[in-house]
Design a protein around this ligand. Structure first.
Ligand code: ADP
Ligand code: MG
Length: 412
């Protein structure tokens, strides 16, 4: 559908032209019309499919229609991380460029005084992490009595991060008569529970169960744990890498890998929760502009970030949840280009690989890197205990059985 076919007012149409959108994405095609009619919406579509505009446009349209004069916010968007709050705010700023709507981004690690000033002067739109919004509620900086629209963005991740109690308290202060839109990349039962609790008769909009685009070449590289970094460096040297996003499980690991890559003369940046906001923005911008070839990120820091045109996604560590695997590798091969998704696999990861392959409905090819010395002995400090090995063997066996009994290996 072309954006001009949507019943949007001129200021919004103008902004859409300015950002260069022409055709709506599938989630936008399905969510915007009922959103404009004021329905509650449950939207499920994978990362990078344009969910932000799918809720901002109907929300803005409604604010522009009922223009009651108030200093209180009329739209609140909750998102799990400050990066996402910033990203949604940027999109909001662009889409509201030709309107008089005032927006504030509310998140931790940023100057709270400035946020308070803006809230006091009056805003129409608040885009916030639940934690920081709760701070403002406690300080009585915010009043929801004029709220018209609530958006829960990345609802699955907000629940994973333990924001449910905060969300309940926040929504508890909001008028019952409101439009509530909930967006999520996955719809596990807890997210549906959230919808039941906070929505009325929602229109469900679901764009396919997340499956990675066919254009992504996926591979597993089994490797002894102590050789992971060397293998990563060897892969970097052998492949034609435009831009590489590397996921690690922990901040510590992110730091170590970043240091080793930069010792190997790679231009590399890193983002995780210990970095200041300013540093994270600089790292992301440097990666987007091509100043850094490699970006190392922890799962939470990277989730939902809009980074395009990545040639390689590397799971340095296997993700904690199987869905994360699909989200992560979805960062490559956007816009019909192809890309590589490589996962380093140690013996400890076999159980999770079974679960990922089950979710994908197929096996992922296992590869070895020609010329790489896999036989460098384990340093004594890195040897797993006999107990750990035993625990692991039993774990993988039971999962393997489960996989077989589920008819594993066949494409669903
Ligand atoms: P999601 O929230 O689903 O992960 P985003 O809303 O962040 O996705 O959008 C991903 C990218 O796609 C952004 O760069 C956004 O500007 C762009 N985008 C969104 N809608 C369109 C569209 N209709 N046409 C072209 N690009 C779009
Ligand atoms: Mg999003």
């Amino acid at each position: 559908m072309h954006f001009s076919e949507l019943n949007l007012s001129d200021p919004l149409q103008q902004a859409i032209r300015a950002v260069g959108y022409q055709e709506t994405t599938p989630i936008q095609t399905q969510a915007i019309p009922p959103g404009l009619q004021g329905h509650d919406i449950i939207g499920c579509a994978q990362t990078g499919t344009g969910k932000t505009a799918a809720f901002l446009l109907p929300a803005f349209a409604r604010l522009l229609q009922n223009h009651n004069k108030t200093k209180n916010p009329r739209l609140v968007v909750l998102a799990p991380t400050r990066e996402l709050v910033i990203q949604v705010s940027e999109e909001a700023r662009k889409l509201a460029a030709h309107t008089a709507l005032r927006t504030v981004a509310v998140y931790g690690g940023a100057n709270i005084g400035q946020q308070i000033d803006k809230l006091r002067r009056g805003v129409d739109v608040v885009i916030a992490t639940p934690g920081r919004l709760m701070d403002h509620m406690r300080r009585k900086n915010i009043n929801f009595k004029d709220l018209q629209v609530l958006v829960l963005d990345e609802a699955d991740r907000m629940l994973d991060m333990g924001f449910l109690p905060d969300i309940k308290q926040i929504v508890g202060r909001m008028p019952r008569r409101r439009q509530t839109m909930l967006f999520s990349a996955t719809m596990p039962p807890p997210v549906l529970g959230l919808a039941r609790q906070f929505q009325q008769d929602p229109v469900k909009v679901e764009i396919d169960i997340a499956q990675p685009p066919e254009a992504i070449r996926q591979a597993l590289y089994p490797v002894p744990k102590h050789l992971k970094t060397s293998l990563l460096i060897a892969l970097l040297e052998q492949m034609e890498v435009n831009s590489m996003l590397v996921f690690t499980a922990t901040k510590q690991e992110a730091d170590i890998v970043t240091r080793k890559l930069s010792e190997a003369k790679t231009s590399v940046a890193c983002i995780h929760g210990d970095f200041k906001q300013r540093e994270r923005v600089a790292a992301l911008e440097g990666f987007r502009s091509g100043k850094y070839q490699v970006l190392i990120a922890t799962n939470i820091a990277s989730r939902g970030l809009d980074i395009e045109g990545i040639s390689h996604v590397i799971n340095y560590d296997v993700p904690e949840h199987p869905e994360d695997y699909i989200h992560r590798i979805g960062r490559t091969a956007r816009a019909d280009a192809d890309g590589d998704a490589i996962t380093l696999v140690t013996v400890d990861d076999e159980a999770m690989i079974y679960r990922i392959e089950y979710l994908l409905g197929r096996k992922i090819e296992r590869k070895t890197l020609a010329g790489f010395d896999y036989d460098v002995p384990t340093p004594s400090w890195a040897k797993p205990s006999a107990k750990a090995l035993l625990r692991q063997a039993t774990q993988s066996r039971s999962l393997a059985d489960r996989w077989r009994s589920m008819g594993g290996g066949r494409r669903r």
